[in-house]
Design a protein around this ligand. Structure first.
Ligand code: IMP
Length: 437
């Protein structure tokens, strides 16, 4: 057994929820390690279809302890609603814990997120308006309020009143909007605190102990590599690191504990929000992918921008995460295509680039250079064995492995748990289920 990090290899929405739900069946602990309720992880399993924003996707496995790690920013109202919805649909949360170090999204964070976007006007980042930028800014500015503060009303009141003094000055003097009420927020968050208290505790020691005992621990990421504040398409990025490196910090483990890093990639590319996307298809093909794959944001329902697989960006995602394996999702979306394309390099003015540029103004000028591959024009949703895939699909997967220099260990051919081709076991067990491994 092993500690395995599951991260997004592209711009998020790769299908991490399905992969975590699947692998969690054998896990001892599942930890969400970054992001907030900007994320929307879709899980379809025998309990039904769920859209999780904060609760780890392992919650459907009663034997697995699920932890919202210290690296996550929590909006208590969203979390309580999510817990209530799970209970209403017969899913228990007795094994759910919240790190006392996780930062809380406060009403001024969501308000400031909206006001900042409005001020950016044409340069808006297209955030999810969930308060993500402001909450992580406060965390590093040492102004944040953590989940553990909710357990002591005096401490909570004093931290809230210090933060609110500053926030109200910004709201009234910079944005010229009315101030927020200390009493209202205090009362509201005290009520949240009472409801969340049974879940809040120190969690990193539980995770370290399980890892030390050789248990299977899953670290569930949010968003994707290209939204990382350091390595993504800055400033069109999110505000916590979605990379595998952050899984250590967001859970409380040392880097030597991580045995495998699985990058989830879609068979094509999508992006939601502003910022460059070289392979975006603003045509019927992009529309077809969006319709067939229901490419609309889980959190905001915004239509996602769709395009061919970008292997330049993908290779970068593999490298900055140090991936050991790829889980390739949505391969079935290409079932109707007679031919497909992969972007293997960019043309930027007179230059051909094979490395992902660090400067977004260069990326904006990049045009994709494509390689054409045959499609397969048959349904693969019922296939469970790599060898039984049509030649076109096998070639496509092999070409991605070559271009990304990383093995594809799992292929998803539909949204159900069972619609999966396991090429190589991802839980640290040595028994591969396919002759290809
Ligand atoms: P924020 O994380 O809400 O601040 O948004 C910053 C950027 O990240 C925007 O382009 C969002 O659309 C994008 N983003 C944030 N969370 C997700 C996600 O879970 N999937 C895809 N894009 C996301």
């Amino acid at each position: 057994m092993a500690v395995v990090a599951i991260v997004g290899g592209q711009w998020g929405d790769e299908g991490k929820g399905k992969i975590v739900d699947l692998l969690a069946e054998k896990a001892r602990i599942v930890v969400r390690f970054s992001g907030g309720d900007n994320a929307g992880h879709t899980v379809i399993n025998p309990y039904g279809e769920f859209q999780l924003h904060l609760v780890p996707s392992g919650i459907f496995t009663p034997e697995a302890t699920c932890i919202i790690g210290n690296g996550v920013a929590i909006n208590p109202a969203v979390l309580l609603k999510e817990i209530e919805d799970l209970h209403n649909r017969g899913v228990g949360t007795a094994s759910l814990f919240i790190s006392d170090r996780a930062h809380l999204i406060m009403p001024y964070h969501t308000l400031l997120d909206a006001l900042e976007e409005e001020t950016r006007s044409k340069g808006a980042l297209g955030t999810t308006h969930r308060g993500i930028g402001p909450v992580f800014a406060d965390k590093v500015a040492r102004l944040g309020i953590r989940a553990g503060c909710l357990l002591d009303k005096d401490i909570f009141r004093s931290r809230l009143s210090a933060a609110l003094q500053l926030k109200n000055a910004i709201l009234t003097k910079v944005y010229e909007v009315p101030p927020l009420s200390l009493e209202e927020i205090y009362d509201q968050y005290c009520r949240y605190g009472e409801q969340l208290a049974p879940y809040i505790r120190e969690t990193s020691s539980m995770i370290r102990q399980a890892a030390a005992q050789g248990e299977f621990v899953l670290l569930e990421g949010a968003q994707g590599a290209l939204l990382d504040p350091d390595f993504g398409t800055y400033p069109y990025v999110t505000s916590s690191s979605p990379l595998a490196g952050a899984s250590c910090i967001g859970a409380g483990l040392g880097p030597r504990e991580i045995d495998r890093v699985v990058g989830v990639f879609k068979a094509y590319s999508t992006r939601v929000g502003a910022g460059p996307m070289p392979t975006e298809l603003k045509n019927q093909i992009g529309d077809f992918i969006r319709r067939k794959a229901d490419e609309y944001g889980v959190t905001t329902r915004r239509p996602r921008r769709c395009g061919w697989f970008d292997a330049v960006a993908g290779r970068f995602g593999v490298e900055v995460n140090g991936l050991t394996d790829i889980a390739l999702t949505h391969l079935d979306i290409y079932d109707d295509f007679s031919a497909v394309k992969i972007c293997t390099a960019y043309r930027c003015e007179d230059e051909v680039l094979t490395a992902f540029p660090s400067d977004v103004t260069i990326l904006e000028k990049c045009r994709p250079i494509y390689e054409d591959l045959d499609g397969w024009q048959e349904s693969i949703s019922g296939i469970r064995d790599f060898e039984k895939l049509p030649a076109g699909a096998r070639n496509y997967v092999s070409r991605l492995e070559d271009l990304l220099s990383c093995p594809v260990s799992l292929i998803s051919v539909g949204s159900g748990r069972e619609q999966t081709i396991s090429v190589k076991a991802l839980n640290g067990e040595s028994s591969p289920s396919s002759s290809r491994a």
